[in-house]
Design a protein around this ligand. Structure first.
Ligand code: GLA
Ligand code: ZN
Length: 674
């Protein structure tokens, strides 16, 4: 395990000394020591250096870096360098070059640029992984493998098209089956021969922005491309695992990134790692949701924060600096949500090309007398003091929020009923409502065991996969509370509508059926009017985007619509089912309503916050054995008073005792323990 060698939160980041001379590297190492840095991720983009042509491999330069870091007691997360193919490969084997959505064959350039179904790419990336594993298997610096980098993007080349057909043959067996599940009788799309099937690109079924005329095909293409990149990862994984079974292998993910089904990927990662790049105006709850999602990929196992910037990005429209204290705050936010490793992109800035204005621990000034270095070094020192305290502790939540990539693809691809529906936003609305109430949640996949939760929320569960509805029924039957929304239970996993009334398979547990779905204009609203006060729900709330026109089939009508021709029809219902309850929120509601709804549900379930905290202060708890660590993160620039209800804690970061009503400084962090 990664922490066996050094039982503390690893600290460091991406390091590219192939871009400078050895004297500079010596300076870097001196400064790493000052900053408490003990892990460097190297070799991320060095394929061109290690393999300058087809038959030559040269790793001496990497040996020197590995050896030197090892001497300095800095461990290495060793990347396999296959995220950017060398120029000679593109020149000689054009099959490595992707074809874009609009059918253009790419030339050499940029990065993350290889066709996932290129035989050349697969051959040489396997070879590279094998050589690295053989060469460094016993190197004292090696503590983790970092396969490729941020797998992303789709390819539409002829190889991909051919492999798509093979993938479909495996999935469906016969063309007849495929014609049925793709519903190709629509618009006369019957396929007579496997060769008839082409990649759904801008040249065939799709329009830019994930819009498709044939969602059934497009959905499978997304599954196929995600699987193709996963196969590339697995090719390298196998080579590394065979030689170094004891070393953990990861690849860095990107939170809610659209293109890959990370729940499927995570089954093949020894440890999840991800890159966190919020903007200055990203709501803290959005970042927390992403951390929780990444933790949820492997059912709560701690993850690595593989990248964050110490100061600013270069690729956003406006690359604001992290204000003083924000780096520390956001670093511990990651730890508060399950990170046991804190790494940066990058340790030293490059001096040319697109990342020269990307923040680094060592900035262009080149010395340690900078704000960013001081702030980084402060965290480095604290992590040394924290030692192994937090390591491998877990968050335990009573509330699970369901997130599903295939559901997202299907929603995005959908032509109608509205272009305003953004799955991630809708999930975030519920996440944020719980967050504002200081209730810790898990982000879970559809396969997760629902019974470990008291409340399960599945926003916009448009696609209901086989078995999910039964598991929801069981969960509610046994006393759980289930909450879902408008535009749920519409299609099966093939994006085929379940006829007989929405929400299809979820209809029984919810005790309602939806007859029609109205789409509201961007500045148009309806109202959710609460009939009689129920818990914290009272009065009227605004709703927008979509309004399901539903009928109760036994569910209690808690609220009705306030206007339009469907005024008086139910807009919020709750159904008693077995020992539990199932809520249906028929429209996209304002935050105040979601908070009042969750407050009502949490009160019934006696789900309470770890600590009472004012707005803008985030609280989570990680525990192991009989120890608990309460993270208090003040996202406000001003101090905030935290009532500790007569308890006395020690803040592990400052060593101070915290008791009574204590003020946490603006952007301050406590890790409280007894
Ligand atoms: C990504 C990449 C890094 C770097 C950063 C910059 O996360 O993995 O190589 O380009 O973005 O923010
Ligand atoms: Zn391709």
């Amino acid at each position: 395990m990664i922490h066996e060698k050094l039982p503390k939160i690893w600290y460091g980041g991406d390091y590219n000394p192939e871009q400078w001379d050895e004297a500079t590297m010596e300076e870097d190492i001196r400064m790493f020591k000052l900053a408490g840095i003990d892990l460097a991720t190297i070799n991320v983009f060095s394929w061109a250096k290690s393999q300058p042509d087809e038959n030559t491999y040269q790793f001496e330069w990497l040996d020197r870096i590995m050896d030197r870091l090892s001497e300095a007691n800095i461990s290495v997360c060793l990347a396999t360098s296959t995220a950017a193919h060398p120029a000679w490969m593109a020149r000689k084997y054009p099959d490595v070059l992707r074809v874009t959505f609009d059918g253009r064959k790419k030339k050499y350039g940029s990065r993350h640029n290889s066709c996932p179904n290129s035989p050349t790419y697969r051959h040489y990336s396997r070879e590279m992984a094998k050589r690295l594993a053989d060469r460094y298997q016993n190197h004292t610096a090696l503590v983790a493998w970092h396969v490729s980098n941020e797998y992303n993007g789709y390819c539409y080349c002829d190889n991909c098209e051919r492999e798509f057909r093979n993938w479909l043959q495996k999935r469906y067996g016969t063309l007849e089956k495929l014609n049925t599940v793709w519903y190709t009788s629509f618009w006369g799309h019957t396929f007579y021969d496997w060769e008839d099937i082409v990649a759904p690109s801008g040249l065939s079924e799709e329009q830019p922005g994930n819009k498709s005329y044939f969602q059934t095909i497009s959905l499978d293409y997304r599954r196929f491309q995600s699987d193709s990149l996963l196969e590339c990862y697995l090719i390298e994984y196998e080579e590394l695992k065979r030689v170094t079974p004891q070393i953990q292998i990861t690849t860095n993910l990107m939170g809610t990134y659209y293109g890959l089904d990370y729940f499927k990927w995570a089954k093949h990662l020894d440890i999840v790692s991800w890159d966190n790049y919020p903007s200055i105006d990203t709501p803290p709850s959005h970042t927390s949701m992403s951390h929780d999602l990444m933790r949820g990929l492997k059912s709560g196992q701690p993850f690595m924060l593989m990248e964050q910037t110490p100061s600013q990005q270069n690729w956003q429209a406006y690359n604001a600096l992290k204000r003083p204290g924000v780096l520390r705050l956001w670093s511990y936010q990651a730890v508060a949500h399950g990170a046991d490793t804190l790494l940066y992109f990058q340790l030293r800035r490059s001096i040319a090309n697109c990342e020269k204005y990307h923040g680094a621990v060592i900035e262009h000034a080149g010395h340690e007398h900078t704000r960013v270095f001081r702030e980084s070094a402060e965290i480095g020192k604290e992590l040394q003091v924290l030692s192994d305290h937090i390591l491998d502790s877990r968050l335990s939540s009573k509330v699970g929020i369901v997130y599903d990539w295939e559901n997202r693809w299907a929603i995005d691809l959908s032509s109608g009923p509205t272009k305003l529906l953004d799955y991630v936003n809708e999930v975030h609305k519920f996440y944020d409502a719980a967050y504002q109430l200081h209730i810790q949640t898990d982000m879970i996949g559809v396969e997760e065991d629902l019974n470990s939760y008291e409340v399960v929320i599945a926003p916009v569960m448009y696609m209901v996969k086989p078995g999910f509805a039964e598991r929801v029924e069981q969960f509610v039957q046994q006393g759980g509370t289930f909450i879902t929304t408008y535009f749920s239970g519409i299609v099966d996993e093939q994006d085929m509508v379940q006829v007989g009334g929405y929400p299809g398979e979820l209809r029984k547990v919810l005790g309602i059926w939806a007859e029609e779905i109205d789409a509201l204009l961007p500045d148009q609203f309806n109202q959710v009017v609460i009939n009689d006060t129920k818990g914290y729900l009272q009065g009227e709330y605004q709703c927008s985007i979509l309004c399901d026109l539903i009928h109760s089939e036994g569910a209690e009508v808690v609220a009705t619509y306030g206007s339009d021709f469907y005024a008086g029809m139910p807009s919020l219902t709750v159904n008693s089912f077995g020992k539990g309850q199932a809520w249906y929120v028929a429209s996209s509601c304002e935050p105040r309503m979601l908070q009042d709804l969750l407050r009502t549900v949490f009160a019934e379930k006696q789900i309470t916050p770890v600590l009472d905290a004012p707005a803008g202060v985030e609280v989570t708890m990680r525990s192991k054995e009989d120890q608990s660590f309460i993270f208090v993160l003040n996202h406000n620039p001003e101090p905030a008073a935290i009532p500790l209800q007569g308890e006395a804690y020690v803040d592990l970061l400052s060593g101070e005792t915290i008791t009574g009503v204590c003020e946490i400084p603006g952007r301050g962090v406590w890790i409280l323990s007894k």
